[in-house]
Design a protein. Structure first.
Length: 70
């Protein structure tokens, strides 16, 4: 494809996404009143986050070792 074609597609996609997001922000605020919300629930961030962090460290070390071998 030509360079112009790539630029045209990228520009069209950007314009479409901007139009869609502006429609999302055009919604009105919810009406006033109603019951009071409950207190926020405490969510422990221990099991899943620590496993993801450990997996990320492991993958990073693996990539470093592969680069040193090559």
């Amino acid at each position: 494809m030509t360079r112009f074609s790539h630029l045209f597609r990228a520009g069209s996609l950007t314009a479409a996404l901007l139009c869609i997001t502006s429609l999302a922000f055009a919604q009105g605020e919810p009406p006033e009143g109603g019951p009071e919300p409950d207190a926020p629930t405490a969510v422990p961030i221990d099991g899943g986050a620590s496993l993801l962090l450990a997996a990320g460290v492991g993958l990073g070390l693996r990539q470093l070792r592969r680069r040193q071998k090559a």
